[in-house]
Write a protein that binds this ligand. Structure first.
Ligand SMILES: Cc1ncc(COP(=O)(O)O)c(C=O)c1O
Length: 442
């Protein structure tokens, strides 16, 4: 190990006495000796308590779309602070941000705000159930939609033996087993599988809840024909299409994944990139459905639409809409992929990229995955070992191969050079440690 984590380790020992796992979110715990605590973040880089510097590709799982501490957004947030707090009343800012969202995302005819992605998706599902009068919903294997009970059923692949159907399990203890019966699972890019489920159960299915670029599963991307088919099938069977754009929204295109694919959702959700990291999320959709809010459907919250977050959102969305920030991000992401490919190809290591250049999954197999089950057939253990070496070399990716690499507008040429230098060293160390990577087919 080349870097010292002495201060982070010492902090962990104190923190764990007061906080479960020593952190505020389970995903931030990487083990007693590996959990890092952040001192500061600027642009595309963060510094930890031990003054280790990292080029950061986690970006808080996506929010820092313009980079950490963007001065334009922070100035707007300070103006939001001057509004004075939360009033259990609305401010003028809500309308300004709602109008911008409707302009950028045509399917977002009406908009409601909340604080986290979980809250937005939970509200979308409730609204879909209220509108259709049905309780069940369809999820994709490998999807993630937040920490509410209905979304916390999944098909863990770790123990799947690559034959038969994977087991459906709860993400956590404490999820009422009764909630399992509402969730139906299909594989990504399998329109026939989706139709089979809808044909059989559409009388009780309210919605298909889908991330067309799976931001929690390598960025596995829907094939355009599949997404169009899913839209048609939802209409045919009277099921709402909820597109969860918590990660893709205002990132993969100004109008998110819906613009990229030319497919409109009935309801859609946004969070991460909306306010460059200030807490806010969005439920939006077709007017006819959204008008049920307040006409029988409950929605609200004490901290909903805080002026600090709204003011930050107004500025962030203005920048994303009116400047070339997203093109800058896409160009950087493309160069990053090309640089990594050069290094891997020179060593004959089979690999492919998935998702979008702004949120890339690096996959250790020659053919990109179409479904979560494909991940099982890749050399993810090579990735896991390499990720630890990358951290040593100041490149911060998620230790788990299923989380894509997020790019922000502040990642510049120096970030790219540092990343590729670290990447080369990390790959070579992983190979030298005897961890087998599959070779490019002859
Ligand atoms: C697609 C998707 N939906 C919902 C969520 C939940 O968002 P939050 O963590 O803000 O509650 C996430 C979080 O990563 C997500 O990626």
């Amino acid at each position: 190990m080349t870097r010292s984590l002495a201060k982070s380790n010492a902090h962990f020992e104190q923190a764990v006495k007061h906080l479960p796992l020593g952190v505020a979110s389970n995903f931030r715990y990487w083990g007693a000796d590996k959990t890092i605590y952040v001192k500061s973040g600027r642009g595309g880089r963060i510094t930890d308590l031990d003054d280790n510097h990292y080029v950061d590709y986690r970006l808080g799982y996506g929010p820092a779309i313009l980079g950490y501490a963007d001065p334009r957004v922070d100035e707007a947030a300070r103006k939001g602070m001057e509004v004075g707090g939360v009033f259990a009343l609305s401010t003028e800012l809500e309308l300004a941000v709602a109008k911008r969202i409707s302009k950028m995302v045509p399917a977002a005819e009406l908009v409601r705000f909340s604080n986290s992605g979980t809250e937005a998706v939970m509200a979308a599902l409730r609204l879909a159930r209220a509108y259709t009068g049905k309780d069940d919903y369809v999820l994709l294997e490998g999807g993630y939609h937040g920490l509410f009970d209905a979304a916390m059923w999944y098909t863990p692949m770790e123990n799947w033996g690559q034959v038969g159907e994977p087991e459906i399990k709860p993400y956590s203890e404490g999820i009422p087993v009764g909630t399992k019966s509402w969730a139906h699972f299909v594989q990504a890019n399998d329109a026939d599988g989706l139709e089979t489920i809808l044909k059989k159960h559409s009388h009780k299915i309210a919605a298909l809840l889908i991330e067309p670029i799976m931001g929690n599963c390598l960025g596995i991307a829907a094939e355009p024909d599949y997404l169009r088919a899913a839209r048609t099938l939802c209409d045919k069977y009277g099921v709402l299409l909820i597109i969860d754009e918590v990660k893709t929204g205002f990132r993969v295109a100004r109008g998110g994944v819906q613009e990229l694919y030319g497919v409109h959702a009935d309801l859609c959700t946004f969070a991460k990139a909306v306010a460059n990291g200030y807490p806010i999320s969005v439920l939006a959709g077709r007017e006819e459905i959204m008008r049920k809010i307040g006409q029988g459907v409950a929605h609200g919250g004490t901290y909903t639409a805080h002026a600090v977050s709204l003011s930050a959102a107004e500025k962030t969305l203005e920048i994303l809409d009116e400047t070339d920030a997203l093109e800058v991000i896409e160009r950087y992401g493309t160069k990053l992929r090309q640089g990594m490919s050069r290094i891997l190809e020179a060593r004959g290591i089979a690999h492919s990229f998935v998702g979008h250049p702004s949120m890339s999954g690096l996959y250790f197999a020659h053919t990109p995955p179409r479904t979560y089950r494909d991940w099982k057939g890749s050399d993810y253990s090579f990735y896991d070992a390499m990720a630890q070496e990358l951290h040593e070399e100041g490149v911060l990716c998620e230790p788990d191969s299923r989380e894509p690499w997020f790019v922000c507008a502040a990642h510049d040429e120096s970030c790219l050079a540092d990343t590729l230098k670290g990447f080369e060293i990390a790959v070579d160390r992983t190979v030298a440690a005897g961890i087998e990577a599959r070779k490019v087919p002859a």
